[in-house]
Design a protein around this ligand. Structure first.
Ligand SMILES: Cc1ncc(COP(=O)(O)O)c(C=O)c1O
Length: 342
């Protein structure tokens, strides 16, 4: 933690902009773990590209045998084409198969006049949450009359509360569909992402369970957030301080709206003592809800470390914030740093 803090302070010191900082070592530890599961249990992991904070990290993923999943052609473009393993387009684009003939491409809706190989993205409402994505059984009936070869089944349940049981249900649903439609050409069962609330022990248990089932299909996961969990930080400077009743109000150069989408920043501070002050931290845009959160800190921290020009550090920053980073309202985008890359 000490080393992380001193790296963050160095980055923050000379800059006027908010900084989103990702530590490569923490990401790499996750990749080493996933790679060990791949070898032990025969599971394939893909990275969902929309979650990658910086294109420069692609080599690191390839080092640990992790290929890529993309939503569309533009997202895939900056990456090594031979490692785009799977496309999950939310709308049908015939160009994908022309440009990436070796990639698996999921169909997300009924289409006429198709030929070639496709995977099917299956609607996950059987898990109890409605989704606008994916095919229902009647749509599969329709597609069975087309001249297509079905090479994979794909699920992505975008829930924050997925458990091992949900993944097991998806897997068993895939086996049901294979049987129901006699899908002999299915090679891949892709269970998607959304693993970030699972512990490493749970993920290991899940992979072990899956490896003990039938061996005909290659099981795939395509996590995003899980891989970057605990690697992302924010550094910001205080632009203004006001007192409001009992509360302290701070405006910083980090905007929740522009720089912290899908993140719930946690303030790093030394205020563990009983006497606490409430500090409300805001972003610099003119949007009323540009609010990072309310934090409790010690009197001492509030008095000496929360004044104009002071640097504040936050953890728990999602890698998606780097991709959703923007400059609305004339506020500079955050700078994105990967610490530890060469
Ligand atoms: C199809 C698909 N797969 C994988 C992911 C990665 O999800 P997560 O970051 O929750 O693991 C996403 C994210 O939206 C997705 O849409």
């Amino acid at each position: 933690m000490k080393e992380i803090n001193s790296n963050l302070m160095k980055i923050a010191f000379f800059s006027k902009k908010a900084q989103l900082v990702f530590f490569q070592k923490i990401i790499e530890d996750k990749l080493i773990f996933l790679n060990s599961l791949s070898h032990r249990y025969g599971i394939k992991f893909l990275l969902s590209l929309k979650s990658l904070p910086d294109v420069s990290l692609q080599e690191l993923f390839l080092k640990y045998e992790i290929d890529f999943e993309s939503s569309n052609l533009k997202e895939a473009l900056p990456y090594n084409a031979s490692h785009i393993f799977w496309f999950n387009p939310p709308f049908f684009d015939p160009e994908i198969k022309k440009k990436y003939p070796r990639a698996v491409v999921s169909l997300n809706q009924k289409k006429e006049n198709l030929n070639g190989e496709y995977a099917l993205r299956i609607n996950t409402s059987f898990l109890g949450k409605n989704s606008r994505f994916g095919l229902y059984v009647e749509d599969i009936n329709f597609l069975m009359d087309q001249k297509i070869k079905i090479n994979g089944l794909h699920f992505h349940h975008g829930s924050e509360q997925n458990t091992n049981l949900d993944y097991k249900k998806m897997y068993l649903k895939a086996l049901d569909l294979v049987k129901m439609f006699d899908l002999k050409e299915v090679k891949y069962i892709n269970l998607g992402g959304g693993l970030h609330e699972l512990t490493d022990t749970e993920i290991k248990e899940l992979c072990s369970y899956l490896s003990k089932q039938e061996k005909k299909h290659q099981v795939i996961f395509e996590p995003g957030q899980y891989i970057f969990k605990n690697s992302g930080y924010l550094t910001t400077k205080i632009l203004e301080r006001r007192e409001f009743g009992e509360d302290i109000l701070l405006v910083t150069n980090a905007s929740k709206l522009n720089h912290l989408n899908w993140s719930t920043p946690k303030l790093l501070h030394s205020g563990e003592e009983a006497s606490t002050r409430k500090v409300k931290i805001y972003g610099p845009t003119c949007y009323e809800e540009d609010y990072l959160g309310c934090y409790e800190v010690s009197e001492e921290f509030a008095a000496h470390s929360m004044n104009e020009g002071d640097i504040l550090l936050f953890s728990n920053i999602s890698s998606y914030s780097a991709n959703l980073n923007r400059s609305f309202n004339g506020i500079d985008k955050a700078e994105v740093h990967i610490v530890g890359s060469h």
